[in-house]
Design a protein around this ligand. Sequence first.
Ligand code: UDP
Ligand code: MG
Length: 327
Amino acid sequence: MLKTLSVIVPCFNEEAVIQEFYKRTSQVLTSMKGVESYIIFINDGSRDNTGLILDSIATGDKRARVIHFSRNFGHQAAVTAGLNSCKTDFAVIIDADLQDPPELIPQLLETQGREQASVVYCVRKERKGETAFKKWTAKTFYKTMNRMSEVEFPLDTGDFRLIDRKAIDAFNKLSEKGKYIRGLITWIGFKQVPFYYDRDARFAGETKYPLKKMMSFARKALLYFSKKPLLISISLGSPACVIGLVYALWAWLGHFFGFANTITGWTSTVILIIFFGGVQLLTIGVLGQYIGVLFDEVKNRPEYIIDRKINFERVCQKPQNMKDRSF
Ligand code: UDP
Ligand code: MG
C-alpha cells in the first residue's frame, strides 16, 4: 500500500544550506519506493535569500511546499506549522542545516514498520562540530529536565524524529501556545522507539541558537514541563521560618534572662534582613515566571501567522474508504 510522508524543515536564514539540503533530501525521497513524499519548508521570517531560494525550488518541484511566516516566530512555531499543515501518514521533523542526515529517513520508516511504533526518535551518539560548552549545556539541561519534570525525556534527542498520523493528530490537538515539541511528543505517549545516529557538523552557516536563545528555550521548556521551581518557596521558606522562630524564642528568653545581647545585634539583624529579603525576591521571581507563562497563554494569540503558502493546493486521488485529504 502506498505510504505518504512529509519532511518538515524549519528554515531561518539558511541560504547557505538550503539548496544542498534540498538536493540530498529529494534524492533520498525519490529513491524510496512505495512512498509518496513531500518536503514542507517553513520560512521562519528569514532576512536573507532563503525565501527566494525556497520559492524557486517550489516552482521546479511540486513535491516541495513552502509556508512563509509573516515574521520570525521561532523554531518551535515553525515545526508546529509544518505538523499542523501536513496531511500525510508520516512526518519527519529535520533541521535544514544537514546536521541530521536526510539519508536516514528510509531507515526511520523501516524502523517504524518493524517496531510498529508511533514515534521513532533519533538519539545522538556523537555530536560533531559542536563545542564542548554546547554539549555540556545540553547534557546538563536534559538531566535537569528529567529530575524536574513529570515526564521522562530521552537524553540526547532533538526534534529529529518520525511520527505517524496518530501522534500527529494527538499533537495537533494540544492547545498550549508555547510549544516545547520534543517534550510534548514524548508526553503524548504511544509506542516510541529510539534510533541511534551520529550527528554531523552544520553543513554551512551559523547556529541560530546563540547562548541567549538557548537559555530562553531551556527556561520555557522547564516552565512548561515542571512545577518544581515553585517548591523553592516552600523548601527555602520552611527552614527560614524554623530558624526565625528559634531565633525569636532565643531573643525573647534572652531578654528576660539576660543571655542574648539584643541591643548589639546589628550583624544578626542585617543578616536576617538580607536572607529573608533574598528568599522573598527569589520566590516572587519564580512565581513571576509562571505568571508570565499564564499571561502569554491567556492572551491566546496564534503561535504563528502565515504570509503565504505554496504548492499546498494539489488534492490527491482519494482512496475509496478515505475522507478527502489534501496531501
Ligand atoms: N530555526 C528556525 N527559527 C529560528 C531558529 C532556528 O526555523 O528562529 C531553524 C534553523 O533554520 C534550523 C533549525 O531551526 O533548521 C535548528 O537551528 P540550528 O541548526 O541553528 O540549531 P542548533 O542545531 O545549532 O541547535
Ligand atoms: Mg543545527
